[in-house]
Design a protein around this ligand. Structure first.
Ligand SMILES: [Ca+2]
Length: 165
């Protein structure tokens, strides 16, 4: 069966009233977990709420390499791409060498490695879409704290009846 063109995941809309409301934007059925969390204001869900002013932060600084955040979609999804907004020490425009391993269903698939700065967006597009239920991002090296303000996915559209073959 032919797949029609891919596209961005639907995004939530509406007015925002604090972090609790933002956390309601996390897609229903997704289970978000992390190796550790700094405070109640930096929960793992805060990296999936569609707002770059909120973040998950593993807490502690420095020396937290190996920290991870994970999303379980609840069922397999076909991924076209992954994007992640860097959240790290921002003083004086500091850049750090960081390394992050991305695993699909427990299998490492690619790495983001290089100099990063606060606010940058790391992005990966799969050469061919990949199907997975669980995505985990593990930070294997960072001189900053381990945190993401937003992690998002581009999903392939499911085939539809009027898709031309
Ligand atoms: Ca966020």
């Amino acid at each position: 069966m032919r797949r029609c063109d891919g596209g961005a995941a639907p995004t939530a809309s509406g007015s925002v009233v604090g972090e609790t409301a933002l956390r309601d934007r996390v897609p229903r059925g997704w289970v978000i977990t992390a190796s550790r969390t700094w405070t109640g204001n930096t929960l793992p869900e805060d990296a999936f709420d569609g707002d770059t002013t909120t973040k998950w932060n593993a807490g502690g600084f420095p020396g937290l390499n190996g920290q991870w955040i994970q999303v379980d979609f609840g069922s397999p999804r076909t991924l076209v791409g992954i994007q992640a907004n860097v959240e790290q020490v921002s003083r004086l425009g500091l850049r750090f060498f960081t390394s992050h391993e991305i695993a699909l269903d427990g299998v490492p698939v690619f790495d983001w490695s290089g100099q990063t700065a606060d606010g940058e967006v790391l992005s990966h597009t799969f050469a061919t879409p990949r199907t997975a239920r669980v995505v985990r991002i593990t930070t294997t090296r960072s001189q900053s704290w381990v945190a993401w303000s937003e992690i998002s996915f581009t999903f392939a559209h499911a085939p539809v009846a009027n898709c031309r073959s």
